[in-house]
Structures are given as C-alpha cells and as structure tokens.
Design a protein around this ligand. Structure first.
Ligand SMILES: O=C(O)C1=C[C@@H](OP(=O)(O)O)[C@@H](O)[C@H](O)C1
Ligand SMILES: C=C(OP(=O)(O)O)C(=O)O
Length: 445
C-alpha cells in the first residue's frame, strides 16, 4: 500500500538505467473487444493489467464471454463468439474507463434483442456519451436514462445494427467513432461511417488494429470509412502481442528533464500504433536527446534548454499534455499547450486540475478554454510542503510524481506530496514502485 499522501523522493543523482512499461490501455481494450468478436480463441500477450482493462474483462464475462487472465504473465485469453453476444440481459459497470464506456455501449447493440443496464463511477456519469447514444438510437436502440439525459446510468434496449450511412458526433471523444467502427462489420448491410472533425490519432489506431484482425475497411478518420458487411475478425495467429503503453512512457521520458541523466524506455519506438509516440517530438524540440535503440528509446537530458517561449498543440496526443505541463515551470521560458479543450471532460477537468496543482507549487499559470500557459520559475525552495490533489485522475498523479523528483530544497527531503496515489491503478498500478526502482538504480554507487 502506498502512503497517502505520497511523499515524492527528490533525486540527488542523475537518472540512469532503464524502465519497462505496462501494456497499452488502448490496444488492450480494443484487442479484448475484437477478440470477443472472432470465431476462435485469442491470447493477448503483454496486455495491460489495471483497473480499466479489468473492467472490460469483467463486463465481457458478464455478457457471457469466456475470458481468463494471468496477471503475473500479463496474458489474457478470450473466446470469441463470432459477432454474437451470449447474454441478452446484463448489468454492466464501466468505472471511469472511457474505452469500456464507449466500446461496450456500441458492442452490446449487436444483440438482436438485448437489454443492458450501464453505470459507472460518479465522474463517469458526467462524461460525454451523447454523440454515440444519438447515433445508436438512430440505428434502432432505445435508451432509458435513470438520471440526467445522455448520461450514465441508463438501460439500453438493442435490436442489432442495420447497415447504411452512420454518422456520429465524436467531437467530445474519438472513442465514440472507434466504438462504432469495431462493430460495423457485423451490421446487416455495408456501412459508411463518418465523424466530421474527429481527432484522428486513436481512430487510426482502431483502423490499424481492425486490419491486423483481418477486416477490410477503407477510408480515413476525416473522410469516414467504408466497412463491408459479412466479414469476420481473425488475427491470423493465436497469440497477439500488445505494445507497451506510449502514454505511460511519457512520464519516464520526461524524468531526465527534471533530474538530468538518461533513461532507456524499453519497447518504445516511433513505429508503434499509438499516436502518443508523438510526445517524443516535443521533448526533442525542447532539446532533449532521443535515440532509437534496438530495445527501446534512449532519452537524454540536454546540457541547456532553449530559452525561448514555446507553444505546442497537443490536440492529437492530449493524454501526454499533463506530463509536460507539470514540469514546465522547470524550463527557462514559458510553455503554452493548446488543443486540449476536450480534456476538460475526461477523468476530471484536466486543465483545471493541472492549473490548480501548479498554482499550489508556486508556478505562474494561465488558462483559457482550450489551453494552458505555464511560466518558468516559481518552484522554489520553500520549506512548506506542497500537497497535490489528484482529482482521482491517474495522469495528474503521475505527472506531479515526476515534478516532485526535482530536489528543490537541495536536501533530498520531499517537498511535493501526491494525494490518492493509488488512482494510478487505472492504467499503471506500479507507477510509483517503478519510479522508486529507477531512483534506487540511479543512486546506487
Ligand atoms: O480510443 C482510445 O483508446 C483513447 C482515446 C482518447 O480519448 P478521447 O478521444 O476521448 O480524447 C484518449 O484520451 C484515451 O485515453 C484513449
Ligand atoms: C482519457 C483517458 O482515459 P479514458 O480511456 O478513460 O478516456 C486517459 O487515460 O488519459
């Protein structure tokens, strides 16, 4: 059990060594859905074992699928039902997992005569579902809301999916489009699916993974996709490897900026399916050394950072904006991060959470609806401890966990405390343990 609040240990030595990452959340949860739609058994290797993937596994089990998990081996075995959903009635709980919420809502609609009740955490009850529910309703589903309209909890009555033109307003979350793409091959006729203005990165990942599972679709995130009916999913091999999580990588890639030295982030490279690999480009722009090695990405602190104001759009890899925002006060000039208005409706209002935490740490921060600007300085050697509220958001906790590694007091004594560090369990249960391991490795003489 981690202490709460968690005192982050400041580093007295430059970083050295390597780190291994958990499996990608986005790929694990997509592969679980696609595997459940195959006609055979698929074993996922290197899968993410965390709250978000467990929720998807438990819900698939509640829907009658055979799914087993070997946590130590990071392996999951799923028996697909070829596009059928065994149970016609189930009670599903999606926690605060956006992927589970959106993917499963579309997935259950494959049942020709189903009735499913959905609920989630209090925070999930506020997250956007409207575009997806509107589209599914137009396709024949009926939704009864227990509380606020277009929010969890609700009961959805399903009738199977007709083909034709499907369009979805996925501006609030690209997961709504991904959810519909994955079930579209089982519609009764060919589907043309469009979502004008969608953020493309995770949609491209969905298309790529569908290809890897043997399904034909043509198009692009911005133009829409044609998805022929009558296809079936099969990865063409019984073991399917899951990439390491590129968003999780961002924390350790940023560590040398805070403490100096270098780190090898195992398994990371620019050719992964995950759009969040683009974060490496931001670090490179800031002057960090990024070298592709055979076994991962070597990230090195530069001697000096460019002392000019910087502006970055994080629109297509916004899960990593928190990582940069947290350490921005340590840079010599202001940093503006834009394109992130949608993150106000994720695990928490992320722009607010980051601004509030950085303010507590003494940083100069300004925000508007879709951006945050963080000035240099302000993280001074005040002996007063800084307590960071995680807002139950794993990425807030992990980002500030990296900032706390800077030895601002010059004594090695903790100055930054992360409240509710256990919220990392959403995607990276061992985050603080991995950070401590790297600390020990770097401080070993
Ligand atoms: O499809 C996915 O796996 C994801 C899409 C993104 O969500 P939004 O499209 O809601 O921004 C991202 O923030 C989330 O962590 C994972
Ligand atoms: C936005 C995120 O998660 P979710 O899948 O719940 O949308 C995230 O992991 O940063």
């Amino acid at each position: 059990m981690l202490p709460d609040p968690y005192p982050v240990k400041p580093w007295r030595a430059p970083c050295r060594g390597s780190v291994s990452l958990p499996g990608s959340k986005s790929l694990t949860n997509r592969a679980l859905i696609l595997s459940a739609l195959t006609k055979g058994t698929v074993q996922l290797e290197g899968a993410l074992v965390s709250r978000d993937s467990r929720l998807l596994v438990q819900n698939l089990q509640a829907l009658g699928f055979e799914v087993s998990m070997d946590e130590a081996k990071r392996s999951m075995v799923i028996r697909g039902e070829g596009g059928s959903i065994p149970e016609s009635v189930a009670d599903l709980f999606v926690g605060n997992a956006g992927t589970a919420a959106r993917f499963l809502t579309a997935f259950v609609c494959l049942h020709p005569d189903g009735r499913y009740r959905f609920d989630g955490d209090e925070e999930m009850r506020k997250r956007p579902m409207e575009g997806l529910l509107d589209c599914l309703t137009r396709l024949g589903a009926r939704v009864a809301f227990e509380g606020e309209r277009n929010c969890f909890p609700f009961e959805i009555q399903t009738t199977g999916l007709p083909g034709g033109n499907w369009s979805v307003d996925a501006g609030a979350s690209s997961q709504m489009l991904s959810a519909l793409m994955m079930v579209a091959p089982f519609a009764s006729e060919n589907v043309f699916l469009s979502a004008p203005g969608v953020r493309p990165a995770f949609v491209q990942m969905t298309a790529d993974l569908m290809h890897q599972y043997g399904v034909n679709l043509s198009g692009t995130p911005s133009d829409g996709y044609s998805i022929p009916a009558g296809q079936s999913y099969s990865p063409g091999k019984s073991r399917f490897p899951i990439e390491p999580d590129a968003t999780a990588a961002s924390y350790f890639m940023t560590l040398p900026l805070v403490v100096g030295g270098s780190v090898l982030v195992r398994g990371m490279h620019s050719g992964l399916l995950q759009g969040d690999t683009a974060y490496a480009g931001v670090l490179r722009d800031l002057g960090m050394g990024i070298t592709e090695k055979e076994d991962g990405l070597l990230v090195e602190a530069p001697e000096v950072y460019t002392a000019e104001a910087r502006a970055f759009s994080f629109r297509t890899f916004s899960d990593t904006f928190l990582t940069l925002a947290a350490v921005a006060p340590l840079l010599p000039a202001p940093v503006t991060i834009s394109g992130i208005n949608h993150t106000r409706y994720q695990e928490t209002d992320r722009i607010h959470a980051m601004a509030e935490g950085l303010g507590r740490a003494g940083a100069q921060v300004s925000t508007d609806e879709g951006s945050i600007t963080v000035g240099p300085g302000g993280i001074s050697g005040s002996p007063k401890p800084v307590f960071i509220d995680s807002y139950k958001d794993h990425r807030v906790a992990m980002s500030f966990g990296i900032l706390g590694c800077r030895d601002v007091l010059g004594t090695g004594e903790p100055w930054l405390y992360v409240r509710d560090p256990a919220c990392c369990a959403k995607t990276f249960p061992a985050f603080f343990e991995e950070l401590e391991l790297l600390y020990r490795n770097s401080h070993d003489k």
